[in-house]
Design a protein around this ligand. Structure first.
Ligand code: CP3
Length: 343
């Protein structure tokens, strides 16, 4: 049994004293203790060494006491396991030297035995569970098939992922084959993560908002739906689509336990679009963490009042930025812990 189960109760839609809180990308570069490890080990060494990955995962918890931990890893371990070379270049980000651009490239992509290929991730989960000592739940995650395709085809980060979209629109058969291969790999991977000890999983569709509503259904959502269908009896699933407010009505009917909301969608609009019954997670503008702590606290309290304390998980609308002052991150977490319902 998990001692602080606020997060799991919110995912079930139960009434809570206060909403739970965690931050997307909470194990990261704003933490000096993270930077110390980063200085010594390259990115994939950190991901692949269970002792390092588990240590990095619990760093923000020790400092701030969030209500859930998220495993330190990356969405790009999936293409790596599928035989696609992925590098993480310092001060540049992901770089895939042989991007996928043709049917032949797609044919060369394998659906691996993820039990073997990503065994280091499950070992990291087990090590993390020991460190967490059942105090709080652990979240596992994967990128959405569309977001993974974006990197596989573009070959690097992008403002508009134009090459990824061009590939889908000029070569839809190959694109769908690739999306299905990623989906099949992701389903087995997430199931293994749950078996290893993750208490919930989140699917990050970071680049879903690059697609039109119609294209979103075709190239992104139908694959996320397959993942939800396959996982929902194993663990609660959170679906986060950045810029995907237009699909919230579909997402609300998917069987996901919660939906992530970014900061461009108001709480009332998100509740309206999702029918008011499903747990929502979000949606503080990550850049707003640069505001003074007192202002952050006021805004967080207002945000909880706007979403309502139940069926709600406090989070940012996307990942925390590298240069956020430590006391500002603390103000965000503390505001939630100090929350009192207006009566
Ligand atoms: C799109 C995406 C990626 N990775 C991820 C996403 C989806 C979430 C989102 O949209 O932010 C997910 C991710 N990546 C990382 C986590 C760790 C867990 C956490 O702290 O939340 C999570 C949940 C570690 C990481 N993944 C990465 C870092 C920073 C580089 C480093 O530590 O050396 C971290 C802490 C590298 C990475 N990995 C990726 C990018 C674009 C980058 C470079 C940009 C950046 O530096 O933020 C791909």
């Amino acid at each position: 049994m998990i001692k602080n189960d606020l997060f799991l109760r919110a995912l079930k839609g139960e009434t809570v004293e206060r909403p739970p809180v965690w931050m997307m990308r909470q194990a990261g570069r704003y933490l000096p203790e993270f930077m110390e490890i980063k200085a010594k080990y390259d990115f994939f060494t950190r991901c692949q060494t269970p002792e390092l990955a588990s240590e990095i995962t619990v760093q923000p918890i020790r400092r701030y006491g969030m209500d859930a931990a998220i495993l330190f890893s990356d969405i790009l371990v999936i293409p790596q396991a599928m035989n696609i070379e992925v590098q993480m270049k310092p001060n540049f980000g992901p770089y895939l030297p042989n991007p996928i651009r043709s049917q032949k490239d797609v044919d060369n992509v394998i659906v691996p035995d993820v039990k073997e290929a990503l065994n280091y991730v499950y070992e990291a989960i087990k090590a993390t569970k020991e460190k967490l000592n059942d105090e709080i739940p652990l979240i596992g995650f994967a990128g959405s098939p569309w977001t993974i395709l974006c990197y596989c085809v573009q070959g690097q980060g992008s403002k508009n992922f134009d090459k990824a979209k061009e590939f889908c629109f000029t070569n839809p058969i190959a694109a769908h084959q690739l999306l299905q291969k990623i989906t099949d790999t992701t389903i087995t991977y997430l199931k293994e993560k749950v078996k290893a000890g993750c208490n919930a999983v989140q699917v990050f569709d970071s680049w879903g908002g690059m697609l039109s509503p119609v294209d979103y259904q075709e190239f992104s959502w139908q694959y996320i739906q397959q993942i939800i269908d396959a996982l929902k009896d194993d663990a609660p699933v959170i679906a986060f689509g950045k810029g995907c407010w237009f699909a919230l009505d579909t997402m609300a009917k998917s069987g996901a336990s919660a939906l992530g909301i970014d900061w461009t969608c108001s709480a009332s609009n998100a509740r309206y679009l999702t029918g008011g019954n499903i747990t929502l997670q979000g949606n503080f503008d990550p850049t707003r963490l640069f505001s003074p702590p007192a202002e952050i606290k006021k805004m967080v309290t207002q945000m909880i009042n706007d979403f309502g304390k139940d069926k709600y998980i406090v989070n940012l609308g996307h990942g925390i930025l590298p240069n956020i002052p430590l006391e500002n991150a603390k103000a965000f977490i503390d505001a939630v812990k100090e929350y009192k319902s207006p009566s």
